[in-house]
Write a protein that binds this ligand. Structure first.
Ligand code: SAH
Length: 214
């Protein structure tokens, strides 16, 4: 087996062994190369199941966490999805293989610009990346079938829940940035919101306002 094929097998094996079992999610992750989303000295670790530093002091999430969050969203091909926290763009790229349309926002314009370039290069035409404070969601495009937040909020964000359709699902890490956070799945029903706790996680914080590019 070539090095590339072997690395790919190990990558998928790590996902499965950490609970990513949904076939469509595994296929989506197999089809998106994580390599181009990581630049610089860490690029040779792109196929390891670990978070890595990206520009503007942010991080690309661990692949198995990307898989678990995507799986929890139960996306159907007709869904319109909002991601808060574009970062490298990797999570949005994975979502784009499962959903009809993906909107992704980040408070750093540099990250949004770099992610857009990658989406163009990979011909992922159903993603719209926007520089904005995602705490306010994306009122122009609301409501959404699914919402994923990839930065930790101190409480489940009410504004975002307000932009979720009835029957919709939101996945969000909740907790203080320097403490244990919990990955929460919120399902909006006609009788209110049901919450389920998936597991402990560690994400960079959801911050207010736009960031200054570094
Ligand atoms: N999903 C990304 C990883 C995100 S890291 C990936 O696949 O690579 C978290 C991101 O959330 C950071 O890029 C950070 O800038 C962004 N972020 C934090 N607070 C935000 C806010 N209020 N609005 C938009 N983006 C925010």
């Amino acid at each position: 087996m070539t090095g590339d094929a072997e690395r790919k097998m190990q990558f998928l094996y790590a996902l499965r062994s950490r609970g990513v079992t949904d076939k469509r999610v595994l296929q989506a992750m197999e089809s998106i190369d994580r390599g181009p989303f990581i630049r610089g000295i860490f690029s040779d670790r792109a196929y390891e199941d670990m978070p890595l530093p990206i520009a503007c002091g942010q991080t690309i999430s661990q692949p198995s966490i990307v898989g678990l969050m995507t799986q929890a969203l139960k996306i159907s091909p007709r869904d319109k999805v909002l991601e808060v926290g574009t970062g490298s763009g990797y999570q949005a790229a994975v979502l784009s293989r499962l959903a009809r349309r993906v909107y992704t926002v980040d408070r750093y314009s540099r990250l949004v610009r770099e992610a857009r370039t990658l989406f163009d290069e990979m011909d992922l035409t159903n993603i719209t990346a926007i520089t904005a404070d995602g705490s306010f969601g994306l009122p122009d495009q609301a409501p959404f079938d699914r919402i994923i937040v990839t930065a930790a909020a101190e409480d489940p964000p009410g504004t975002l829940l307000g932009q979720l359709k009835t029957g919709g699902i939101m996945v969000v890490p909740v907790g203080q940035s320097d403490a244990v956070q919990h990955l929460i799945v919120a399902r909006k029903t006609e009788n209110g919101v049901e919450y389920e706790e998936l597991r402990q996680v560690r994400f960079v914080p959801l911050l207010e306002g736009l960031g200054k590019d570094t």
